[in-house]
Design a protein around this ligand. Sequence first.
Ligand SMILES: *[C@@H]1O[C@H](CO)[C@@H](O)[C@H](O)[C@H]1NC(C)=O
Ligand SMILES: *[C@@H]1O[C@H](CO)[C@@H](O)[C@H](O)[C@H]1NC(C)=O
Ligand SMILES: *[C@@H]1O[C@H](CO)[C@@H](O)[C@H](O)[C@H]1NC(C)=O
Length: 393
Amino acid sequence: MGSSSIHGAICLLFLLAAVAEAQWHVWNVKKYGAKGDGQSDISQAMMSAWKEACASPSPAAVVIPPGNYMAGPVKFIGPCKAPMMVQVQGVVKAPADPNKFKQDGWVVFQYVDHLTVSGGGTFDGQGTTTWSKYSCGRTGKCPVLPINLRFDFVTNSVIRDIHSLNSKSFHVNVMGCKNVTFQHLTITAPENSPNTDGIHMGRATGINITDVKIGTGDDCISIGPGSRSVTINKVTCGPGHGISVGSLGRYQNEEDVVGINVRNCTLTNTMNGVRIKTWPASPNGFASDMHFDNIIMNKVSNPILIDQEYCPWNQCKQQVPSRVKISQVSFRNIRGTSATQLAVKLVCSKGMPCQNVEVGNINLQYIGKEGPVTSHCANVKPILTGKQIPAIV
Ligand SMILES: *[C@@H]1O[C@H](CO)[C@@H](O)[C@H](O)[C@H]1NC(C)=O
Ligand SMILES: *[C@@H]1O[C@H](CO)[C@@H](O)[C@H](O)[C@H]1NC(C)=O
Ligand SMILES: *[C@@H]1O[C@H](CO)[C@@H](O)[C@H](O)[C@H]1NC(C)=O
């Protein structure tokens, strides 16, 4: 290739990049009075920019340029006329005082189709003072605290290159959404921060979580009732409570969980690895087609866990079996270290034993010295393929 044709190719690349840019009409919050001075509240500027962008007949981007901003509760509500982007390049901080919130979300997206949230910026929930004021981790009675990012009934969307920091409650909540990809996110809160789940979903279909780094004080990812066709790939988790389906069966009229694929994940120093948990004395429910493959455990306390007697804070009738039926589950290619002797625990419901639970190649070593690594199964006859350490009994 001669230098002129290289030059031509480079020109073409720039042209293509410029065209890609040009498709998005930009609404910069600075034009709506936002100052990046770390003091003034930009929620009104954000919402005014959104309102005008949302009415635009062509793809519209609300841009928060580099800088430090404060923002109270913000709601981005659709439907909009065209695809929407919120590009956060700066650091946006929530008020530290939870009394400034009348709703359970800080930055809320509702009824938006074709949304992109990106930009490399940070949503800082400033939860530190809130966590120390409430003892909800011990009592299970948590006040309603705002979730950093709420997605309600958002469809065909991509959330990427965003940092969620120190949320007061869950970091990301996904409710009633369809076809949403979360890619290349970083989610951070300290190990001792209560109820700060990384990503929680419920009544959601086609959720794809790829290349996400989560360290937090509760579940890294929790998959609630009504989740279907969920892909979790290349997630690192720790500290935190692991990747969890459930809890299920706590409330009446919960929807089923079907089609969960967790692959290529690494969990480090977490309380659990991969688990499915349901409450005793539950209404009838159904969870099936859940697969965990190619997972690395580093000093994880309960690496592989099905717990149908999940009853924290003794809030339930533990003697009455769970009526959530669990079937078509596989744990394959799971290796690394366990921080407790009991590395595999599959405790299903005596009222509704689990069906078609496969345990494939697993190799988990106990890091302590009290004895060999062990397993425990109840009300399930696992189908064994490949080799298992510990032996499944
Ligand atoms: C899912 O969302 C993506 C991103 O907006 C879009 O490109 C894709 O067409 C959607 N898929 C379906 C089946 O609608
Ligand atoms: C999930 O998203 C990633 C990144 O966009 C993509 O490569 C992958 O194909 C998606 N997987 C599914 C099952 O949609
Ligand atoms: C994920 O793991 C599977 C094996 O479970 C492997 O075949 C695949 O290449 C991995 N994919 C990525 C994107 O790492």
